[in-house]
Structures are given as C-alpha cells and as structure tokens.
Design a binder for this molecule. Structure first.
Ligand SMILES: CC(C)(COP(=O)(O)OP(=O)(O)OC[C@H]1O[C@@H](n2cnc3c(N)ncnc32)[C@H](O)[C@@H]1OP(=O)(O)O)[C@@H](O)C(=O)NCCC(=O)NCCS
Length: 211
C-alpha cells in the first residue's frame, strides 16, 4: 500500500488564524469546525489529514499541486476525497503530538508507524549515510526513527537501509518523496513516509502489493 503521514506539534502550531482556515478548509469543513467541541484540534486534524493524503497522491503524480481545499476530509468516514483518488486516514493524539496516517484505498495491509520526540529519535544509535545526514536536525532524527522502523518491520539490521530522496526529473524540480534502499538496491515494495514538526517526528511504512 502507498502510505503518507503528517505530524503537528500542537504547542508550536497554536491557534489557526481565520485567514489560514479560509485558505485550507472547504466550506463544508469550516461548518463542521464551527460545530466541533474543540475547533482548534479539529482544524489541525483536517490539516494533518490533507498533508498525509497529499503525500499519498503525490506519489502517482510528482506534479500534483498542493491545493488544500481540493482535499475533502470526511472525519466521520475517516477518508480524504480528491479528484485523483480516495485516501483512508487515522488520527492519534498524545499530549501535544497529533499524528495522521493515510493510505490509498480501504485496506492498509501491513503498516508500521512510530512517533517520537526529536530527542528520542536522535538517541537511536544508528549510523546515517552522508545523504541521510545532509538535512537539518529533524530530518536526521526522523531518518534514524525510520531506519529503526524498517529494521523492525523487515527483520534486517538498520544500517543495511538507506533512505534516499533522488532529484526528480524535469519538469518536476527538487527532491522527490523518500525511497527505501536495502544493500544498495531500491526496495520498490516498501512505501515510506516521513514527517516532522516542532518537537516531534513521525515515520510510517507500508508494503506495496500486500493487501
Ligand atoms: C510534501 C509537503 C506536503 C511536506 O510537508 P511539510 O509541511 O513541508 O513537512 P512534513 O514534515 O509534513 O514532511 C516533510 C517530509 O515529507 C517528505 N516529502 C517531501 N515531499 C514529498 C512528496 N512529494 N511526497 C511524499 N513525501 C514527501 C520528505 O521526506 C520530508 O522530510 P525530509 O525533508 O526530512 O526528507 C510539502 O513539501 C509541500 O507542500 N509540497 C508541495 C509543494 C507544491 O504543491 N508545490 C506546487 C505549488 S502549485
């Protein structure tokens, strides 16, 4: 399955402005938010679902523009609808950490996910490759967490994995979504999604074709 994830540090995120809400939510979502007992938490749940769903759908089309209002979150059904497809989502909250996982279709199959603080992930004692170590502190921390997750899921030693984000060919620009490499070969069957925000990092991995 193709997975996506997102994490929001509620302490860093604060209260969303009216302008932000108008930009990212559809009129239907805004009406639901207005009725929600905790409107702020509700808005961040929808935001995280849209981000996670974008990461799923952008795998099939690296050019997909991230127009938040085209992602319609149905919280009761736990799905995000978009003209390109329907994504199933699940949320979890632990203190200030709000995480959302997403996958294409209804059935996730084997899915592994983990949330940690940046400090916890930094303490994971795995070596990072030069490529993996090139990002900022949160990018490095989430890669350590992801390598632990992949090792646990696939029963291999963490150092055998490398997480790469190759440059996308034209007309797309910049680094593409993360890929999993094992012993120098791309593991096509593993889908990995990374997210970081404030004090938290989150990694999710799924197996393609395993339904
Ligand atoms: C992909 C995107 C949603 C990530 O969100 P973010 O708030 O920056 O950060 P998050 O912590 O949630 O996720 C970051 C991780 O997502 C992953 N990622 C980046 N691009 C991705 C993509 N297209 N698909 C899946 N995952 C992606 C990366 O691993 C990244 O972590 P890293 O930088 O440590 O490698 C964001 O980069 C974005 O909005 N891209 C779309 C840009 C766009 O639409 N441009 C066209 C405008 S018309």
């Amino acid at each position: 399955v193709i997975v996506g994830n997102d994490i929001v540090d509620r302490l860093a995120a604060g209260v969303p402005s009216e302008r932000f809400v108008a930009r990212v939510l559809t009129p239907t979502e805004r009406a639901l938010a207005a009725e929600a007992p905790d409107g702020t938490a509700f808005v961040w749940r929808l935001w995280a679902a849209k981000e996670a769903a974008y990461k799923v759908l952008a795998r099939a089309d690296g050019e997909l523009p991230f127009a938040h209002r085209r992602f319609h979150v149905d919280p009761a059904a736990a799905v995000v609808r978009h003209e390109r497809g329907q994504v199933t989502v699940r949320w979890a909250e632990d203190g200030a950490a709000l995480v959302c996982w997403a996958w294409l279709g209804a059935d996730a199959g084997p899915l592994a996910c983990r949330v940690a603080t940046v400090e916890e992930a930094e303490a994971v004692p795995y070596a990072l490759s030069t490529l993996e170590g090139a990002g900022d502190g949160a990018s490095r921390a989430v890669r350590r967490l992801a390598k632990w997750l992949l090792a646990t899921m696939l029963g291999r030693e963490p150092d055998a994995f490398e997480i790469r984000r190759p440059e996308r060919p034209a007309p797309a620009r910049g680094a593409g979504p993360p890929e999993v490499w094992l012993d120098g070969l791309r593991l096509e069957q593993v889908s990995l999604s990374l997210a970081h925000d404030g004090r938290f990092v989150s990694a999710a991995a799924g197996l393609r074709g395993a339904r």
